[in-house]
Design a protein. Structure first.
Length: 160
């Protein structure tokens, strides 16, 4: 139980940020992360290794985001673009049009490609960590990243 509490205190903000990028709103993201940690109460004794615990939590948050999107019947390719979350008054000033364009372009990518990019560039995860979170092989992560970056570049190039 102490490992879960420690993990919650250290990773909560990053997991919520990841979920916001995937589901598009802060309230749903908070709910997803909260639900994952509540469900972990039962599994905590079996997952004392912190590396495995973090991998489990990331995968659970990713799956929770997928379920939330299904419940809302939002399709990534046709989703209404959202404004990125504003975390403080300072960040509202810093938030640029370029960032909003990247967020819109991300939402147009297929779900798997969007998830891979969010995990790599927003969560700074390695291929192995992304592989564990998404339940795919590291080689698949790399090929998905190449396709995602190509598609993102194409989408952003059309807007430029």
């Amino acid at each position: 139980m102490a490992a879960v509490l420690s993990l919650y205190q250290r990773q909560h903000a990053g997991l919520v940020r990841m979920a916001v990028l995937l589901v598009g709103d802060e309230a749903t993201a908070e709910d997803v992360v909260h639900d994952v940690f509540v469900r972990m109460q039962d599994k905590a004794p079996r997952l004392e290794d912190e590396g495995k615990l973090l991998a489990y939590v990331r995968a659970a948050v990713l799956n929770g985001c997928r379920m939330a999107l299904r419940r809302r019947k939002v399709m990534w390719l046709h989703a209404e673009p959202h404004q990125p979350p504003v975390w403080s008054a300072e960040s509202a000033v810093i938030l640029s049009e370029e960032r909003r364009e990247v967020m819109r372009a991300l939402q147009k990518l297929p779900r798997r490609q969007c998830e891979a990019l969010v995990l790599r560039y927003y969560m700074d995860l390695s291929d192995e960590e992304i592989s564990q979170a998404m339940g795919i092989r590291p080689g698949t992560v790399r090929s998905t990243m190449v396709r995602a970056l190509t598609a993102l570049s194409r989408e952003l190039g059309e807007r430029a």
